[in-house]
Design a protein around this ligand. Structure first.
Ligand SMILES: [Zn+2]
Length: 193
């Protein structure tokens, strides 16, 4: 039964069946992925040399490459740091301005300075607390420029430190660790954990 189901075209034309083994059922389910991306199964099966690379590229499809991908993908920092940077770049950190809009909190003050409303733009890097840290790190890396808004900081890093040089590696790690530990400290002040 299994060998029958696995036979190329027959497998593609076979519907899922509970009689088949777990492995065969997985193979049969895979054809749904191919159909979903608009692949022509008959055309694929007619090819003489079909490779995993070909299938992968077909499933992956072409998407616009995000300019910040190298900050994330070529970052030597710890995975948990990179995850927080990714969430920050996507603008999804649960800062108090967002929590306020969702009706979760009425306290919108930044827990670091207790002076202004907490938002992504404030935290990175307009708050006096985080500004001091990031300025010190820039000085340490011999980067002489004014601090910029969050989106500009990311854009600047992507344009100036995307290579494989030691300076670029250090800059990316400094940025990702700074964002992570600022967020940790902010959470610590709120939740006392
Ligand atoms: Zn602040």
């Amino acid at each position: 039964m299994d060998s029958y189901l696995l036979w190329k075209k027959k497998a593609c034309k076979t519907h899922e069946t509970k009689q088949a083994s777990w492995l065969v059922q997985k193979i049969l389910k895979a054809k749904q992925y191919m159909t979903d991306v608009g692949a022509n199964l008959d055309e694929i099966l007619d090819k003489k040399n079909i490779t995993i690379n070909y299938i992968y590229k077909m499933l992956k499809q072409d998407h616009q490459k995000m300019p910040w991908r190298k900050l994330i993908c070529k970052n030597g920092g710890m995975p948990k740091w990179i995850f927080i940077l990714y969430v920050a770049i996507m603008g999804k950190l649960a800062t108090r301005d967002r929590l306020g809009r969702w009706g979760i909190t009425n306290d919108l003050l930044c827990p670091m300075c207790n002076e202004e409303e907490e938002s992504m733009k404030h935290l990175f890097f307009k708050c006096i607390y985080t500004t001091t840290i990031w300025e010190k790190l820039l000085q340490w890396m011999n980067v002489n420029r004014r601090l910029m808004e969050w989106s500009q900081e990311i854009e600047w890093a992507c344009n100036n430190f995307r290579g494989r040089s030691a300076n670029a590696e250090i800059y990316r790690i400094a940025l990702v660790s700074c964002v992570y530990y600022v967020w940790q400290e902010r959470n610590h002040r709120i939740f006392r954990i």
